[in-house]
Design a protein around this ligand. Structure first.
Ligand SMILES: Cc1cc2nc3c(=O)[nH]c(=O)nc-3n(C[C@H](O)[C@H](O)[C@H](O)COP(=O)(O)OP(=O)(O)OC[C@H]3O[C@@H](n4cnc5c(N)ncnc54)[C@H](O)[C@@H]3O)c2cc1C
Length: 424
């Protein structure tokens, strides 16, 4: 892939921050810190060309309005804009019930000018990864070592030293674990987790369809779990496209993946109805196991956790990466503020500020997504009735609806500077 050129692997050395894990969160964090002048080394075990390939990850991410501001602030949006489909409306429905919830972006006005921005954007992960690699390669402050595996991290009194699998050694004031839900560094630091697996799998794929989607994201609750149809930008040939996130019983998902394209499209049409006209599957399908995880601490001596290493949530509300990007914005602010005051960026003070800032928001979403998944995955008649009335009531109460919309946009609470659209 010509636009991807990770810098040549450095022979090892020292920097201000070591980011372990160069996924969407780790690379975004590196850009935020590098943009503020800190020297950052990112270590990731994937080969960048493989991780940015179309076949690596079939996911598209719902990027909340607040998160899009973080991506703008770290200089990524120019490359992403043409791949980003604005979400103008969200329509939530429960099976065949006639009660529904409809979010219209024009109902939320932000800022002094009272603009009504989109609720967020849908962007395919392959485009986010490519933009991240290109932006990282253009920043002299950032060194990406990939593919490279971190074997051992020693957290000493005044610094951390890392040993890579190929024997290279690195030194930094602070290590940040963005190494995913199984985070080896979280485990090595002795940080416990609360976790469970859902008996559900997330099937994802892209579809093309006859009718335009008009920027409407659909979430339909079915017996096995939520079924989401997320609008994508039209293809270059004008084909209308969407991304599917289909929660299915884990034991049934393998059979669904084996269906022919025609049978699979028919299953989608049967669940979603005729809203988009005829549907065709476009490209491969993926299936992800789903689970919940919350770390008991987000920080330890000279170590901070960010992204899925700190929390993993059900994709029911499309908020996992958004939580991670809010970690990025808050952690970068804590570190940069400490550096500007001449303080040790790996000190307990800077890290504890980050932990206090992020835990409430993350814990709330962990609980809300888990509760919603349980509530909408049951077929008990009284529960169905109660939740359908709930959808109808929220839909009929504009102030409550606006509050929920602001939450979904990531514009509630003590917002970090990058989310407010300000420089670090
Ligand atoms: C089906 C599905 C749909 C989703 N949809 C949405 C959505 O619409 N919106 C949204 O906000 N979120 C969504 N999410 C959640 C989102 O995808 C994740 O929260 C996000 O990708 C996590 O990114 P991360 O960088 O924290 O972790 P990861 O992507 O897991 O990255 C971890 C990185 O660490 C590296 N690594 C690990 N250990 C080492 C080591 N020892 N040495 C070197 N490298 C190491 C790995 O190679 C990897 O690159 C969805 C999730 C699923 C499953």
């Amino acid at each position: 892939m010509s636009e991807i050129s990770a810098k040549p692997t450095a022979p090892g050395g020292s920097g201000d921050v070591l980011v372990v894990g160069g996924g969407l969160v780790g690379l975004s964090l590196a850009l935020a810190l590098g943009g503020a002048g800190l020297r950052v080394t990112v270590v990731d075990r994937e080969r960048p060309a493989a991780a940015a390939d179309d076949r690596f990850d079939g996911r598209a991410s719902a990027i909340a309005w607040g998160s899009s501001r973080v991506l703008r602030a770290v200089g990524l949006w120019q490359a992403l804009d043409r791949h980003a489909q604005p979400i103008r409306d969200i329509r939530v429905s429960d099976g065949d019930s006639r009660l529904f919830l409809h979010y219209d972006h024009r109902e939320v006005r932000l800022g002094d000018a009272g603009e009504a921005p989109p609720l967020g954007y849908i962007v395919e992960n392959r485009f986010i990864r490519r933009a991240l690699y290109a932006a990282v390669a253009a920043r002299p402050e950032i060194t990406l070592l990939a593919p490279a595996e971190l074997l051992k991290l020693d957290r000493e009194a005044g610094h951390v030293s890392a040993t890579l699998a190929d024997g290279r050694r690195l030194r930094a004031a602070l290590a940040i674990a963005c190494d995913g839900a199984e985070s080896p560094q979280r485990a090595a630091a002795g940080i416990g987790v609360v976790r469970w697996r859902y008996e559900q799998a997330g099937i994802v794929c892209s579809i093309s369809h006859q009718e335009p989607h008009h920027g409407v994201a659909h979430e339909r609750f079915l017996g096995a779990g939520p079924f989401a149809v997320l609008p994508l930008p039209d293809g270059e040939d004008g084909t209308h496209r969407s991304s599917i996130v289909w929660t299915e019983r884990a034991d049934l998902a393998p059979a669904m993946l084996k269906l022919s394209d025609g049978e699979f499209a028919a299953e989608i049409e049967q669940r979603f109805g005729p809203h988009l006209g005829r549907i065709a599957v476009a490209g491969p399908r993926w299936s992800y196991p789903l689970g919940l995880l919350h770390a008991e601490r987000y920080v330890a001596h000279r170590l901070a956790l960010a992204g899925d290493a700190a929390h993993r949530i059900h994709p029911i509300a499309g908020q996992g990466l958004n939580l991670g990007l809010r970690d990025v914005a808050s952690l970068a602010e804590c570190i940069v503020d400490a550096a500007r005051l001449g303080l040790d960026i790996g000190s307990a003070g800077a890290l504890e500020r980050y932990e206090r800032w992020r835990r409430v928001d993350s814990l709330m979403l962990v609980g809300v997504t888990d509760g919603l998944n349980r509530l909408f995955s049951t077929d008990l008649a009284p529960v169905r009735l109660a939740r359908d009335i709930g959808l109808g009531v929220v839909n009929a109460l504009p102030p409550l609806k606006r509050l929920f919309m602001r939450h979904a946009m990531g514009m509630v609470g003590d917002l970090p500077r990058l989310v407010r659209g300000e420089a670090l």
